[in-house]
Design a protein around this ligand. Structure first.
Ligand code: FES
Ligand SMILES: [Fe+2]
Length: 393
């Protein structure tokens, strides 16, 4: 594995791998067991020691672009509301009324100058302050400053909204990303793009099975013979391991014209897809003219379920030089293609993997040396769990 070569050199390295019919490789074959995808105790540890300790992305900034825009999200540990404040910052709160615990906001997204509880109509300001106690002449004395919404640490960086799903934690996205990945994301100027569309899907599959499939360059021609397999080379990945996060270049089939012919100084960006894994749960795909983000979150209680989110970040209409209709059509089509591959090809396969993992006698399974990104995902989640267990002692 090589780090920090300029992009054109990294692409040329991918061509070399392709010429030699090989890929960057992890040190060893590693085995694992089915219970990792079904065990409720491990699932609780993952929620607490991973999602309760480190930042993960909940949305692109443009999804709540204007003051009082909000979204609600079921994080592994908390149901949360993220709301754009009057001053342009974003704050996140536990989506729960401090009276008797009703879910405060039931819509997935909207705009709201205050939040009003459906049960007894207490209300809260967008900054979480308790605003109204209905019939307060009968309710009794309450220190309102003590009963605002519970705040969850949140930060906007590189065009994304990140949270640590734990009211008692701090957040520092730059230090979590580390200097290399922080600089890489800064270079992409993702804050200048717009989220064309974002959608979430509840799947009966453990989040790690889901995440693994979207770090996997080995399955493409086998699971996607008529779609992605026609476009991208299988099992050819030029890796960079940044310790926690990683990225890899996978050549598209159009690159084959440069197998015989020397590309010289020709820029080769259009011939590759670059995948970034942002620990703990996101795959950011850099395509020649846009980005896709795939995010995988454990279910709050059930290890055999998860929620996947897909979002498409594209240059804004005003800067695209395109008519609105063409712009919409173009990204619409892109969205539909990705959605179809996921839903028709990956999801059914992964649901069946989860069913298989329920087998009492599954036996040991293997991750190969060629499954480098999966190896790193596994290595890093294990590290986080070990750190969390040590800190909890
Ligand atoms: S539970 Fe919200 S007002 Fe009573
Ligand atoms: Fe796939």
């Amino acid at each position: 594995m090589t780090t920090s070569l300029p992009r054109q050199d990294r692409i040329r390295r991918a061509i070399e791998l392709l010429r030699n019919d090989t890929t960057d490789k992890f040190d060893e074959v590693v085995d694992f067991e089915a219970h990792e995808f079904t065990d409720p105790v491990l699932a609780q540890e993952e929620r607490d020691f991973i999602f309760g300790r480190v930042p993960s992305i909940i949305a692109h900034s443009t999804e709540i672009g204007k003051p009082y825009d909000f979204i609600t999200i079921a994080m592994p540990r908390n149901n949360i509301i993220a709301v754009r404040q009057k001053d342009g910052s974003v704050r996140t709160f536990v989506n729960l009324c401090r009276h008797r615990g009703a879910m405060l906001e039931t819509q997935e997204k909207g705009r709201c100058r205050f939040f009003s509880c459906p049960y007894h109509r207490w209300s809260y300001d967008p900054d979480g302050k308790l605003r109204t106690i209905t019939r307060d002449n009968t309710f009794g004395e309450v220190d309102r400053t003590e009963h605002g919404l519970v705040e969850i640490p949140c930060e906007e960086r590189h065009g994304f909204i990140w949270v640590v799903d734990n009211a008692h934690a701090d957040i520092d996205v730059a230090s979590w990303l580390g200097p290399e990945m922080d600089a890489i994301l800064a270079g992409y100027q993702l804050d200048k793009l717009v989220s064309f569309r974002a959608a979430g899907f509840d799947e009966p599959t453990n989040w790690k099975i889901m995440q693994d499939a979207f770090l996997d360059g080995y399955h493409i021609q086998y699971a996607h013979p008529n779609t992605a397999g026609k476009v991208i080379h299988t099992n050819v990945m030029a890796f960079e391991d940044f310790g926690r996060h990683l990225r890899f270049i996978a050549p598209r089939k159009t690159i084959d014209r440069w197998l015989e012919e020397d590309p010289g100084d020709t820029p080769l960006d259009d011939y590759v897809t670059e995948t970034h894994f942002l620990l703990p749960n996101s795959t950011l795909l850099r395509q020649p003219d846009h980005f896709q983000l795939l995010t995988f979150r454990p279910h709050p209680t059930d290890p055999t379920k998860s929620r996947m989110e897909q979002r498409l970040m594209v240059p804004p209409l005003e800067e695209s030089g395109m008519e609105e209709e063409r712009w919409n059509r173009r990204w619409e089509k892109n969205w539909d293609i990705l959605l179809a591959v996921l839903h028709n090809e990956d999801f059914p396969l992964l649901r069946n993997s989860q069913t298989g993992m329920g087998s009492a006698d599954a036996g040991k399974m293997l991750l190969g040396r060629n499954e480098t990104a999966n190896q790193l995902f596994r290595r890093e989640t294990k590290k986080l769990l070990a750190e969390g267990r040590a800190a909890a002692k």
